[in-house]
Design a protein around this ligand. Structure first.
Ligand code: ATP
Length: 208
């Protein structure tokens, strides 16, 4: 099984890295592909450039077996829709099970994503339970979860797509927003993210 962790990564932090490692080991996954988005459909544009977000991701995952940076959304013009990304991964990987990894906040609003009902035709969804989540999933997302919920990762290994697994991960109340706010106030985000990324942020004067 291949894990797919899409995001803005503005910047990447230990919340992302830790959930990826736990899922890599526990499901287990052959690899986790970190896919930075080019133009996110749901929010304002990222603060750091695509090149800077990519450089920070590469520094963050460097040397970790099983972690891969995947540039396909940065190389695709226009808005970065996950359904298009999963279609291109499905073409590349044939029938191999794919797991779209989502934090609980992202999963709860899945019905705002472009062609969201097709996502489970293309991949399984693995939801990393996240602290400080505002409320339950929207009714349509709750309905999808009820219809597709699995509790055993072995079941996901047996088909390419279609299941939803809620997986408890170490709860780290770290967000990129918090890191940008700390940097803007001149406070240190050290230990919330790898030192290599923190050094890069300082070198480039990001988020000041
Ligand atoms: P921002 O604060 O800018 O919105 P973020 O920290 O949520 O950013 P993203 O790059 O938007 O980071 O997140 C990519 C994916 O990782 C999303 O599915 C998100 O829910 C998940 N994620 C991010 N941080 C955590 C965390 N601490 N625990 C669990 N999931 C997380």
């Amino acid at each position: 099984m291949i894990g797919i962790l899409g995001g803005t990564f503005d910047p990447v932090h230990n919340g992302h890295l830790r959930i990826a490692l736990e899922l890599l080991q526990e499901l287990p996954l052959r690899e986790v592909r970190f896919i930075p988005c080019h133009v996110p459909p749901h929010r304002g544009g990222p603060v750091a450039s695509a090149r800077e977000r990519l450089a920070m991701l590469e520094l963050a995952i460097g040397g970790q077996p099983g972690f891969v940076v995947d540039k396909r959304e940065l190389e695709r013009p226009g808005l970065s829709y996950m359904v298009d990304t999963l279609s291109s991964l499905r073409e590349a990987y044939g029938d191999l099970p794919l797991c779209l990894i989502l934090g609980e906040d992202a999963f709860n609003k899945l019905d705002t994503w472009h062609r969201w009902r097709q996502l489970t035709d293309l991949a399984h969804i693995v939801v990393a339970c996240r602290p400080d989540v505002d409320g339950p999933p929207s009714p349509d997302v709750a309905g999808l979860l009820e219809a597709r919920r699995e509790t055993d990762p072995l079941v996901l290994q047996q088909r390419p797509a279609g299941g939803i697994l809620m997986w408890p991960v170490t709860q780290l109340a770290i967000s990129a927003t918090r890191i940008r706010t700390l940097a803007a106030k001149g406070e240190s985000p050290r230990y919330l993210m790898p030192d290599s990324v923190w050094s890069y942020m300082r070198k480039k004067s990001l988020y000041l």
